[in-house]
Ligand binder design. Structure first.
Ligand SMILES: Cc1cc2nc3c(=O)[nH]c(=O)nc-3n(C[C@H](O)[C@H](O)[C@H](O)COP(=O)(O)O)c2cc1C
Length: 524
């Protein structure tokens, strides 16, 4: 199937829905003895250690998340310290905790099942402190490993049909997804998780790049096979998901694309045996771009979604008072973050706190598929349990006027418990934010790859919400859900939409001791 045959995305989406019955009739048991390694290890390549004590940016988290780097004529070239900061605070190990089978290394960004299937690579020209090359980042020893020596930025320019941010960037980070590492637990549904987990990581990456004064952008328009070949990926196991050009240079003479022979580099197997999920491989193939023409058509002209006049009572978002503005830097907030394992059902948050989260997280993601209009593919529906200044009930977030429209007043903790896969977390939170998308126009515009975009966008906005919540000393967690029940609950307003993502926000229960039992790891 090619990218325009959009039945492929529908088949994948419909075939990986959770329902009350599916999780009872298709139980999946974890084979702990076959648990995949959480790191990609090249045993024969010497590590290039990254500097560990990199100066903090000092930039407040909320502005790092939501303020764009002002355009400038001057060059902004990342040095090795900038790269170290960006890589560490996106994918580095921030905590570790013992469990009966070994040790879990928690990372800077939230990730389903703490399985960390997203890998990072760097394709750079000569930078201060780093020679041109293609590198892999290993968070286990905070090192880069050189896969190809020389400047391969011309290959990325070609693969993206001369995407302006890519052609002008001194370095591009490439995010890949390793199927098995996440599919060990989540099976074929992992393809959704690749977008979510890449998205939360991107929220950190974009914020830390911005705090470092470096513009960055998410690029999904690239010829998949060319980028995969450059990274020498075994594409039945690992695939490129997105490119993030970092910084800008006026240097106009990009090198011509170079030959990229296969490298056959040895890596340590993740498990004794791996299971391949056809549905996921088919979804990836069907959403791959095969030519430079397809890559160039990917950009621009995002879909226009008709807006309906609000029928319910509207509430304007509020701002935090000056003295309530959180001062913590983006680095401090990333180190503080950790998904809430139990919320305090007796607690509440204020409308200003919720407004800050919504506003910061939805202020235009820099992504090639959203330009030039800055639309958002995901709509946000809220179940409000306990927010001071809001009646409990169901709300729809209107991004442009920055208002919440009351769709249904009432107490819905029991319903939230059911929708969030019968977990306590969504029932005990102060507010649950559901991401729903009208997939048909998205797939018509972008083809199957629109499905990748919508999942990734949700993860990135969700990742920003995590950061905005923790900046305010609140708690948050991503959650999974019963797809069709979510749509039924929010209908008729949500009719024709699909359930994409869920995030709960509230106050952590005091007795919870997640970070207390784990050791803090700083740049190790
Ligand atoms: C998209 C997403 C969905 C998640 N779903 C659940 C869930 O259903 N239940 C749960 O307890 N935790 C869930 N989590 C939290 C992860 O388990 C957590 O991020 C992971 O263990 C890493 O820990 P940390 O976020 O504290 O660093 C989810 C996280 C994400 C990003």
């Amino acid at each position: 199937m090619n990218n325009r045959e959009i039945q492929a995305a529908w088949n994948y989406h419909d075939g990986t829905k959770h329902s009350y019955w599916s999780i009872r009739t298709e139980p999946h048991f974890l084979d702990w003895a076959n648990r995949p390694l959480p790191f990609k290890i090249y045993p024969k390549i010497e590590p290039l250690p990254l500097p560990r004590d990199v100066p903090q940016t000092g930039v407040a988290a909320l502005s790092a998340i939501s303020d764009a780097v002002p355009p400038s004529q001057a060059d902004s070239v990342p040095g090795l310290q900038d790269l170290a900061r960006i890589l560490y605070f996106s994918a580095g190990i921030t905590k570790q905790r013992a469990y009966p089978g070994g040790e879990i290394y928690f990372r800077a960004a939230a990730c389903t099942g703490a399985l960390y299937e997203i890998e990072l690579y760097v394709v750079a020209g000569d930078l201060p402190g780093l020679e041109a090359g293609v590198y892999h980042f290993n968070p286990a020893d905070v090192s880069l490993r050189l896969l190809r020596k020389d400047d391969f930025r011309g290959n990325l320019a070609q693969a993206t049909a001369m995407e302006p941010a890519v052609t002008q960037s001194p370095a591009t980070i490439i995010c890949t997804g390793t199927y098995w590492r996440n599919a060990w637990k989540y099976q074929a549904r992992t393809y959704r998780h690749l977008g979510w987990d890449n998205g939360t990581l991107l929220a950190n990456l974009l914020a830390v790049a911005a705090a470092s004064g470096l513009p960055s952008e998410i690029v999904l328009g690239f010829v998949d096979a060319e980028v995969n070949r450059l990274l020498d990926l075994d594409t039945r196991r690992e695939v490129s998901l997105c490119l993030v050009p970092i910084g800008r240079t006026s240097e106009s003479s990009l090198p011509a694309p170079r030959e990229v022979p296969a490298l056959h580099l040895e890596t340590i197997p993740l498990s004794q045996r791996e299971v391949e999920y056809r549905a996921m491989l088919e979804m990836h193939d069907a959403s791959s771009l095969e030519s430079v023409e397809e890559a160039s058509q990917w950009r621009g002209n995002p879909p226009v979604f008709p807006s309906s006049a609000p029928a319910g009572e509207e509430v304007q978002l509020e701002r935090l008072r000056e003295e309530e503005q959180p001062k913590a830097t983006i680095e401090q907030v990333i180190l503080r973050r950790g998904s809430t394992r139990a919320f305090d059902q007796t607690a509440s948050i204020t409308l200003a706190q919720l407004s800050t989260i919504l506003d910061c997280a939805t202020r235009g993601l820099p992504a090639d598929f959203l330009e030039p209009t800055g639309v958002q593919l995901n709509d946000l529906y809220l179940i409000v349990h306990s927010v001071q200044g809001l009646k409990p009930g169901v709300y729809f977030f209107q991004r442009e006027p920055n208002t919440l429209e009351l769709l249904k007043e009432g107490k819905f903790r029991a319903e939230a418990h059911h929708l969030g896969l019968e977990q306590e977390l969504p029932a005990d939170a102060c507010v649950d934010i559901f991401f729903l998308a009208d997939l048909q126009p998205i797939l018509e515009r972008y083809g199957n790859r629109g499905y990748r975009a919508v999942q990734l966008e949700a993860g990135a906005i969700g990742g920003r919400m995590y950061l905005a919540a923790y900046a305010q000393h609140l708690g948050a967690t991503g959650l999974t859900f019963f797809d069709d029940d979510v749509i039924n609950f929010f209908s008729p307003h949500a009719k024709a939409r699909s359930a994409i993502f869920l995030l709960a926000i509230g106050k952590p229960l005091k007795r919870q001791n997640h970070s207390g039992t784990s050791r803090e790891v700083r740049n190790q």
